[in-house]
Write a new protein. Structure first.
Length: 389
């Protein structure tokens, strides 16, 4: 069932991402993001939770109509009305998936569902069979698996695979897992469940302790072949595993990971900017891959290294994730080489070392007063110097 060397990317920006307080999106906005995700070549787009509201139903339906290359997925609790609503919303999808879930941790079963484990298992099996009446692409999630008992996870996953689930998802719903433990959980599940080879094992990690990406990668190293993630790490509370970080980690460290995604990573920046613009959630400057400083170099030593050979301080190419190029930021830590190189790019060539040194001294004075020196500042500085000489 699982292609051992392919990592499936399941993007849930439009569903879990939209659960970030203040990030709700209109139907048109969801379509724009879904089309961008399709160009990025994500495998599965979770477009929403059709039972949540008439607007969400219509958005999932519209995305299902608009997207042809990626599978479009709708979320449903393990309830008849949810599953049928999701099935209805996905009717026109070229490839549709119903994603049904129920909680499996003792705390959720006792205090939220007020059901015992046998009842939960029975409901899960029933839900998967119901979803199979709509589509043969059915995912089952054991909500709060990160705090669930391993024996019960084995029982319920075995039963839902038998009932027809083609993907089984292990969510760390509250971001509680530690990478080594989570990886071990995936390994044990895949080893102990007798029909494990008939389903793709998936993970869905939240970022409450800042470990969502690490936990997802630990799971991949232990056999998971689908990662659920969001652009810019958007999502409920502290968010989900960030798509761009997971994808670039496996792509950059092919020596470590046994699989890779099919994504066109040069589309990452376009997608990230689109999501930030639509949701109004800005990306922090030091965010890996998509932050404004992710490929910027300020210190003189780093700038000198990068100008000689970019691999000295870069482990991936800015262009490969959609930036136009890396960025040498001129500031007070910058060195003479970076200064000269930028001016040469601007068409300014120094006649002598002495001219360069005096312009560089002026630049350092200015850099003490200003965080970043822009091309206009440099041009003004050189013009002033030539007027004075
Ligand atoms: O975090 C979670 O458990 C979820 C499930 C619905 C997969 O979002
Ligand atoms: Zn979630």
């Amino acid at each position: 069932m699982t292609q051992p060397d392919k990592l499936i990317i399941f993007d849930t920006t439009l569903r879990d991402g939209e659960q970030s307080p203040g990030a709700s999106m209109t139907r048109e906005e969801k379509i724009r993001i879904a089309k961008a995700l399709e160009r990025l070549r994500v495998d599965v787009i979770e477009a929403g939770f059709p039972m949540a509201s008439p607007g969400d139903f219509e958005a999932v339906q519209a995305v299902a109509r608009a997207v042809r290359e990626s599978t479009v997925c709708g979320l449903a609790r393990a309830l008849e009305k949810d599953i049928d609503r999701a099935g209805e919303a996905l009717r026109e999808a070229e490839s549709g998936r119903i994603h049904t879930f129920i909680a499996t941790s003792p705390i959720h079963m006792e205090r939220k569902l007020r059901m015992n484990p046998d009842q939960v298992l029975e409901q899960a099996v029933w839900a998967v069979k119901r979803a199979r009446q709509w589509t043969d692409n059915v995912e089952f999630s054991a909500e709060d698996a990160g705090r669930s008992e391993l024996d019960f996870l084995c029982r319920i996953f075995e039963a839902v695979i038998e009932a027809g689930a083609t993907t089984v998802n292990v969510p760390d719903t509250v971001g509680y897992a530690m990478p080594h433990q989570f990886g071990e959980t995936i390994r044990q599940l895949m080893e102990r469940i007798p029909n494990a080879d008939r389903a793709v094992f998936s993970v869905h990690c939240h970022n409450d302790l800042g470990l969502a990406v690490s936990n997802s990668l630990a799971a991949v190293l232990n056999g998971a072949r689908q990662v659920e993630c969001t652009l810019n790490g958007l999502g409920e509370r502290a968010g989900n595993a960030s798509l761009e970080e997971v994808v670039m980690a496996v792509r950059t460290r092919r020596d470590v990971f046994p699989c890779d995604t099919d994504l066109d990573t040069t589309q990452i920046m376009t997608c990230s900017r689109l999501v930030a613009g639509i949701t109004g959630f800005p990306v922090q400057p030091n965010k890996a891959i998509v932050g404004a400083n992710a490929f910027a170099h300020e210190s003189g030593i780093h700038q000198d290294g990068v100008l000689k050979s970019r691999e000295t301080y870069e482990i991936m190419r800015a262009e490969d994730v959609g930036w136009s190029a890396n960025r040498i930021v001129l500031g007070k830590h910058s060195g003479r080489n970076a200064f000269r190189s930028r001016l040469e790019d601007l068409g300014v060539h120094f006649e002598s070392e002495e001219d360069l040194n005096s312009a560089f001294a002026r630049f350092k004075d200015l850099a003490d007063k200003k965080h970043e020196i822009y091309d206009e500042d440099l041009q003004a500085l050189v013009t002033e110097a030539s007027l004075e000489s």
